[in-house]
Design a protein. Sequence first.
Length: 476
Amino acid sequence: MKKFLDEHFLLNTATAQRLYHEYAKEMPVIDYHCHLPPVQIAADMQFENLTQAWLYGDHYKWRAMRTNGVHESYCTGNKPDWEKFEQWAATVPYTLRNPLYHWTHLELQRYFDVNEVLNPSSAARIYDECTEKLQGPDFSVRNLLRKMKVALVCTTDDPVDTLEYHQQLKKEGFEIPILPAFRPDASMNVDDPVKYNQYLEKLGKASDVTINTYQDLLDALRNRHDFFAANGCSVSDHGIEEIYADDFTGTEIAAIFKKIRGGAALSREENRKFKSALLLELAEWDWEKGWVQQYHLGALRNNNSRMLRQLGPDTGWDSIGDFSQARALARFLDRLDGQDKLAKTILYNLNPSDNELLATMIGNFNDGSVAGKVQFGSAWWFLDQKDGMIKQLNALSNMGLLSRFVGMLTDSRSFLSYPRHEYFRRIVCELFGQEIESGELPDDLPWVGKVVQDICYFNAQQYFNWQFLEQQVAIS
């Protein structure tokens, strides 16, 4: 019987072990999509205790705790931090076979050198030991990034953001670039006229544009798009249910915007036409600037209306949706490609039934101009676990080129989430290692090792044109 979470965790062949330990393990991390708060990096924040570092804002853990019968006051409520941790520790033993069980213990090992299993009997010891360590200078958030060999971080930022903390970090010369990513979801979300008009007021102030017409909206967003570019941004991101590619005319969109600006609700057809028009415009700007655009598709958000009213969004009430993705996605990409305005594009899906759909869709628009121009992004959200990662990797391998894949990201709000990259790398090495040992791939460790290192680091560095990053390790 193997020891739990030892140095060969997830690596079941000697070849997989060599690939991981000799090629993948020491590669730096490019985290090109996450939700880390730039203000905490700028302040080089230190957490007061393990609960603050681990449970604040982590809806993965909250969902597990709720499912285990833990009252909301211990998740998002005002219970003392130790009591919240105590409830999490009581939940962990029940997370067996959930990725939280692996992530929890990887994070304890990698950050705190704690090899004990977390449960009610060990909770106090682990809490006290980790909390004490968090008080030391080695555990400030910047040093947590350094400890995990993070080479670059892209945060996720609304167009109205001042980017003051990104500017501060650049001025200070912090050696890990913390770059913004342009996330214009709120500018497209016309589902609620009241909230949308409130957002337009914020956007108008940020851009110094009075927004009365659709053209005013475009002017304001273009202003912010340019501002982000001037502050080092070269990545956009959209978190939407599906791609919108309905037919529309300029006259229709002007009238639709006038209607919602006046506070009236849109019909379903008007809603989709507006989103189609704006999504296309934003994609053309990305192409003009040579940005990489990302589309996170398929989340059915805010399903529990009672808890949405009580806690707000992003608190653990979302699920996988079953949207029809193929036809609209093909039309959208084709419109851009037909005008030679298709930027580098990464597509992420949340419904695993769409794996093969996306794996084949990217091949329709990879035109040979750039290696892997259109990417099937890594397993996302509910799918960034062992089974979901393997399915995504296999679909991409079978229908595309895994060797050109830009690899893993954290998509996390936690500074303790970077062992997810290790988890991903171990899985990649296990897949290659198994097939070498079964004779399905040649026993050419230097070449396969190079491909592994490319997936871990070099593909992303080249794809995003971040040549200013030092190649911190040599290919073996």
